[in-house]
Design a binder for this molecule. Sequence first.
Ligand SMILES: *[C@@H]1O[C@H](CO)[C@@H](O)[C@H](O)[C@H]1NC(C)=O
Ligand SMILES: *[C@@H]1O[C@H](CO)[C@@H](O)[C@H](O)[C@H]1NC(C)=O
Ligand SMILES: *[C@@H]1O[C@H](CO)[C@@H](O)[C@H](O)[C@H]1NC(C)=O
Ligand SMILES: *[C@@H]1O[C@H](CO)[C@@H](O)[C@H](O)[C@H]1NC(C)=O
Length: 363
Amino acid sequence: MSETPLLEYDPEEYPLELRMQPLPEPPPPFWRTPKGIGCIVVFAIAVVGAIVGGVVPSAVKKSKTGGGPGVAAVTWQSNGQHIRVYFQQDDGFVYEGAWDQGTGWSPNRAQLFQAKTGTPLAAVVFAPAQVQIHIYYVDRSNVLQEYVYNNGWGKGATLPSPNLSPITSLTAITWNESMSQQTRVYYQRQDNTLQEVVYSSTNGWSPGQSLGNLAYPGTGLGAVATSYNNVSFHIYWQANDLSLHEYIWSNTWSNNILQWSPVPASGISAVTWPDSSGNPFIRVYFENPAGTIQEVGYNGTSGWVLDPSALTDNLVSLRAPISAALWVNGDDIEIRAYAKSNSSSTHTEFTYSGSWTSDNLSF
Ligand SMILES: *[C@@H]1O[C@H](CO)[C@@H](O)[C@H](O)[C@H]1NC(C)=O
Ligand SMILES: *[C@@H]1O[C@H](CO)[C@@H](O)[C@H](O)[C@H]1NC(C)=O
Ligand SMILES: *[C@@H]1O[C@H](CO)[C@@H](O)[C@H](O)[C@H]1NC(C)=O
Ligand SMILES: *[C@@H]1O[C@H](CO)[C@@H](O)[C@H](O)[C@H]1NC(C)=O
């Protein structure tokens, strides 16, 4: 199993001008191949967290200061657009900031649950009959937990998370198969490799793939599920040499080295949408050395493109977690990205609506 895994995309439909690397470990037997995927609706979006706290090697601790706890944003459409942003405050609680089309940001922030100080955060939303929001976080015993909105908030599952790094980030994706809801959560292990946790509504939670290349300690994590032909996942992470990498699941796992190098332990987040033919567009966000958020993109059949500029001139807090989410309105793509501001303890909202602008939020 040390051969280079090949992507099973039709190269005409999904050209790969990217360098491939073999994964050092074969898939474990408990990996469940996504089978019988029919029409897949990808509601999910990515998210990131990066962290301080716990037993942190001093070099890493230094590189993580200023990042602060995670941030996780989700969006959905139902009688207009909705945004929810999850973040931790100094009291250790995770709060929800809410934006609804027509009313804007709610002045009140719901207090949800207590987490480890500096917890990373990831969240997904899906809507089988009514909206469900699932938040992933690290509790005060350094265990991965879920908190769920399903017609009211409550504690969800305790996820299998052996060897969780005390400075892990988190990212999560969800999608609907004909017979089940599927979720994947990714975290960093103490040996700095990445680990997948698998959820299916028919089988519950189980450990997934071990992704064996060494990541930068405290790497940001972003992920998307694209539904071109069959579902594939793209997980964005930073290697020890600081380069941005992409793990792809598409019937088999592969690892691409992308051409960009975020700052060490940069926040990383990603969003995706299909073009009218179903080709995946992907946008990945990370912090560039100037302290602004850089966007890079995968344009369907035209491969990776570097957008010429950063989102705005606004500086983000050093190595702040970043979380981006989007909605599609006909031909209109709206993207929101969130990160701690450089100048205060509140967050900046970066808005793409034809061009990028930014606002300082009150939380
Ligand atoms: C998608 O998945 C289905 C079911 O596993 C399979 O029959 C089909 O060939 C796949 N299509 C592509 C393009 O891989
Ligand atoms: C998603 O999957 C569930 C099974 O868990 C199914 O009942 C539901 O109809 C699906 N929802 C959509 C929108 O396809
Ligand atoms: C990539 O896609 C975006 C959004 O559709 C478009 O504005 C941009 O020109 C495209 N760039 C390339 C090189 O195809
Ligand atoms: C914040 O931005 C200012 C410039 O506006 C810069 O001088 C300062 O060093 C930045 N602080 C941090 C913590 O990045």
